[in-house]
Design a protein around this ligand. Sequence first.
Ligand SMILES: Cc1ncc(COP(=O)(O)O)c(C=O)c1O
Length: 373
Amino acid sequence: MVKSNFEKLIRDIPSLGWFPRAELFSGPTILEPLENLSINLGVNLFIKRDDTLPLAMGGNKVRQLEYYLGEAINQKADTILITGSVQSNFARLCAAAARKFGMKPIVQLEKRVPKSNLEYNRSGNVLLLKMLGAKIVYFSEGENEKQADENLNIIAGKLRKDGANPYIIHLGIDYRPLGALGYTAAAVETIQQANEVKLEIDHIVLPTGSALTHSGFLAGTSIMKHPATIHGICVRRASSLQTERVLRRTNEVGELLGYPNLVGVDAVNTDDTCLPPGYGRLNNYVSEAIKMSALEEGIILDPVYSGKALAGLIHLIRSRVIPSGQNVLFLHTGGVPANFGYQSELEPLYGLSENNLRVGGLSPSSSTNPLQQ
Ligand SMILES: Cc1ncc(COP(=O)(O)O)c(C=O)c1O
């Protein structure tokens, strides 16, 4: 087994070691150049593959869950509750982490995206949740973070009455950003990796939603006094709201780690050009980015997070916010399983229709089952 990288990380930020952590991976994730996209976009583009983190198909939430699960284990919890959208990667990974540590997962799925088709509501992450044996409850409002958290509190209250010991992962701004510490550790990991190969990163581009990834990373680069500009690509809220959230969250992370008043608003960069028509919805920029990444680099993104983030990165280059020739790191945060919930929107991007999906001249509905031949 590979030895954990954590000992090396806390040499740079020792206070990361103050918090209980349930180890879910041994890191670091791969950081490598994207040569074809670099030529196409006119920058030196690198990728950090957090989509390859182990546990139930990976993604950024693995790093965040290490801290929540660490606290849950300390509190001897037997059940974990979480809330998220129907195609939530966080819920999927939370269910997997709960199983790994012998706890029961309960996930609340919020109707955040106006999609009523079967593939969105049953495939992708929803199927994986079922395979992980998560208990699913539904919450009809998609944009009521406070009430979604409150609903988890109510469910937990009932469980306690029945003798269970639940631990809640709240998503709202009223609760400590514990999971962001995973991305402060990731920032240290990235800086150490880049230093080892003498790579000077000028810009880091990542998706920003709950802001735990963005604020954790920004706290890390700020504590380490690394000069890279961090760009958060908005996946859920408009830029003005997201900037406020990231600023508040980053300073809360700073407080947790013993660095009060860590950043000012000047350190927070967000861009919402690629957000419309809203959370979890495709647009032409995102479709182009998903296609470029797959066809030029063989790397699969998703419509909700990583596709939006690369679309935002391309926009920042085309609008010269990121000048040509710079060293740019794209953080791939995962989200790949959600693609199966978007099948009918994604197929047309590749010219796939019923006709050319036919296998060996037979349509998939014809009998091609060798057992029947
Ligand atoms: C794959 C993926 N990328 C990015 C994000 C956004 O990260 P954060 O919520 O930490 O801002 C999420 C959030 O669910 C996600 O699932």
